[in-house]
Design a protein around this ligand. Structure first.
Ligand code: WTA
Length: 663
């Protein structure tokens, strides 16, 4: 019988291979949150009032007077003079509706069988106690609280406790280095930190407080730190200093405390999120309470098709924007059950995710192409061993998905019975901007889809003129939307420079947002995002600045100059390629290579670790002295090289090529 199955499989694969478009399954359409194609026209005709549909998903303490104020563009204001509290919207109101016993967060630990369930009532209690403790520590409205935590329940609890008292949070991904933590705390003048003793990675406890302390040592201003005891007896026996408090003690002192949610203006900052850009300094993206929260809730409902009774799982880390919008704020605002997983997909076995889907009857799974490529490589038998029939919708985010991975996901995870939403967006956009609506749109593997209703995304040439279908150009967004960033923290000039300078015409008050992605569009207005056109690379869906990596490498003694580019990588999408010139008297040897890798890990974190370090005597430069990165990319990808005639030193190219091949 084995043989028959194999045959069937081969036939199926062949059929899928040829299929370019897929319709949403009938069973899905019948129950979809959004199924009327008229929604696109409706939004266009009623713009910007159409966005009331998003705002109406929230409870407002005071109704806004105006949907959009464009008078100070591109410093747009949304839901002007509206007042609300995000923590109230994500917790209290669901309890008031009698849903306090329903599950808000299903937490699945890395150690098998370590799980925790938080009902909305539990979440209410935890968040209130921590909010009271924050207050007692002196955290005031608008004070930035930094969180340097892995995927443990205290992270969303701390975020919501901040939101409750009107203190913006700044979450730093736990995999980032001590240096990265210090830079972000200093940039945000953040005097408070929530971190933990350690956490588990593939069965072993990992010291985290050590790294946090190292970062804190670099912060000049006074700080108070709250430390979660994650590891208990398996911990590292850290002694807390005078500026550090035990999380458990703090909340125990506040048992039963209730904190009235602080009424925030719609435009008040909800959080800051640092992300990589063109220069070495990370950018502090500012998101607001009214616009961001309503946009996160709206897209969770319309695109992820989440309903209160669902169990929904986004496998991202809360340390990135995806986790903010689609593990915490969107799902909890809608009152659903959000599943949160601490570990990695292959520990203890490669079927861990499918086991979780089966055990919890997960209805929606939102993950990254890089994870899907890993699942493919591990083999279809891992999901096949589990009952995944609870799944109703699949999603991807973070990088382009190749059609083969899309089809594998569709067949082996979705059982050909779940629509897939390939969602394009960014830290700056707050939520999804380009994707099909799962109950409406035909799916085309590899193409994210049309812009969402109300989103004016275009593909243009360097002059900002729309280009023909099929040709590659630049993605722009020509109208504002509620979830957009409002500015870069304390740096309005850089905000304009980074996002608005390129395609806007301030003289005629025309403002166009430039996300720095290349893309193409087809005859049905479906957009295929090709990748970044700036110095940002995307490794396993994680956004990294090449300049940040270069400055880390140049900081290693013995390095004179470095150029970093992204090279294609089968699993990671892109990988870090570093071309390095040594200082006189230094050898480009294994020892220096290790120091360079360590230097990058110290400055940023293991995710930025170079895949290849290529030592060279020269870098390809133009006559004006600029490094030709495109050429270095082509070399990394072992592709045909473009024009090298403008190089000052064309001879260097073949030398570097040989080294890359030789490695
Ligand atoms: C890329 C993550 C293709 C893109 C939410 C963008 C994508 C950057 C997709 C933002 C997608 C994100 N298809 N590319 N569906 N989604 N990207 O800020 O280059 O970490 O500019 O936000 O990821 O990364 P960020």
């Amino acid at each position: 019988m084995e043989g028959d199955n194999e045959d069937e499989d081969v036939q199926l694969e062949a059929r899928l291979e040829e299929q370019d478009t897929f319709e949403p399954p009938e069973s899905f359409v019948e129950q979809a949150n959004v199924s009327d194609p008229g929604i696109y026209d409706e939004f266009e005709e009623n713009w910007p009032d159409c966005w009331e549909r998003a705002a109406n998903l929230l409870d407002w303490d005071e109704q806004y007077d105006q949907v959009l104020d464009e008078s100070d563009a591109p410093f747009y204001e949304w839901f002007v003079d509206g007042k609300l509290n995000a923590s109230y919207n994500c917790i209290d109101r669901h309890i008031e509706e009698g849903r306090g016993d329903e599950v808000a967060i299903e937490w699945v630990g890395e150690p098998v069988d370590e799980t925790w369930t938080y009902t909305y009532q539990d979440l209410y209690e935890e968040v209130n106690e921590l909010a009271a403790a924050f207050r007692e520590m002196g955290v005031g409205e608008d004070d930035v609280v930094t969180m340097y935590l892995p995927m443990i329940p205290e992270l969303p609890i701390a975020m919501l406790a901040c939101a409750r008292i009107g203190a913006p949070h700044s979450v730093v991904f736990a995999g980032f280095s001590a240096d990265a933590l210090a830079t972000r705390m200093k940039s945000a003048d953040s005097e408070y930190l929530v971190t933990c003793d350690g956490y588990y990675r593939r069965g072993d406890p990992l010291d985290h407080l050590d790294k946090a302390n190292e970062g804190l040592a670099d912060v000049d201003h006074d700080t108070t730190t709250v430390v979660v005891d994650r590891l208990g007896e398996e911990g590292f026996g850290h002694d807390l200093n005078d500026d550090q408090r035990e999380y458990a003690d703090l909340v125990a002192d506040q048992e039963g405390a209730e904190v009235e949610p602080v009424v925030r203006d719609a435009e008040d900052m909800l959080f800051l999120m640092y992300t990589s850009g063109t220069t070495g300094q990370p950018k502090g993206v500012k998101h607001t309470t009214g616009g961001y929260l309503s946009y996160a809730a709206w897209t969770t409902q319309a695109v992820l098709d989440v309903e209160p009774e669902d169990t929904y799982w986004c496998s991202a880390d809360i340390g990135w924007i995806t986790g903010h919008s689609y593990i915490v704020y969107g799902p909890l605002a809608l009152g659903t059950t959000s599943l949160m997983y601490e570990g990695t997909p292959d520990y203890p076995e490669k079927d861990r995710m499918w086991e979780i889907v089966e055990d919890y009857d997960v209805n929606q799974l939102y993950t990254a192409p890089t994870a899907i490529r890993a699942f493919m490589k591990w083999g279809k038998e891992y999901p096949a061993d589990h009952d995944l029939s609870s799944l109703r919708l699949l999603g991807t985010v973070g990088e382009p998905i190749n059609p083969r991975a899309w089809k594998w996901y569709y067949k082996h995870i979705g059982g050909e019975d779940c629509p897939i939403v390939d969602t394009w967006w960014q830290t700056e956009t707050g939520g999804m901007l380009i994707t099909t609506l799962p109950g409406i749109g035909t799916m085309k593997p590899g193409s994210a889809g049309p812009p969402l209703p109300g989103i004016d995304a275009r593909i243009v040439d360097t002059n900002g003129e729309r280009i023909q279908a099929g040709q590659a150009g630049y993605l722009t967004v020509d109208k504002p939307w509620p979830g957009m960033l409002r500015t870069l923290y304390k740096n309005d000039d850089r905000f304009i420079d980074e996002y608005w300078r390129e395609y806007s015409d301030p003289d005629s008050d025309k403002w166009v947002y430039f996300p720095e992605d290349g893309a193409k569009i087809d005859d049905d207005d479906y957009i295929t995002v090709l990748g970044r056109v700036d110095d940002v690379i995307n490794v396993s869906g994680h956004r990294l600045g090449t300049m940040e990596i270069e400055s880390a490498i140049v900081g290693v003694s013995g390095v004179a100059e470095a150029a970093v580019v992204g090279g294609d990588h089968e699993m990671k999408g892109e990988a870090v390629y570093a071309y390095v010139i040594t200082e006189d008297g230094y050898e480009g040897d294994e020892d220096l290579r290790e120091q360079i890798v360590a230097g990058v890990e110290d400055a940023i974190g293991p995710i930025a670790r170079p895949e290849q370090v290529v030592f060279t005597d020269e870098l390809p430069k133009t006559r004006s002295g600029k490094i030709m990165r495109r050429l270095l990319e082509d070399i990394a990808n072992e592709e045909e090289l473009g024009d090298t005639s403008t190089l000052r030193n064309p001879g260097v190219v073949s030398e570097i090529q040989q080294k890359v091949k030789g490695d």
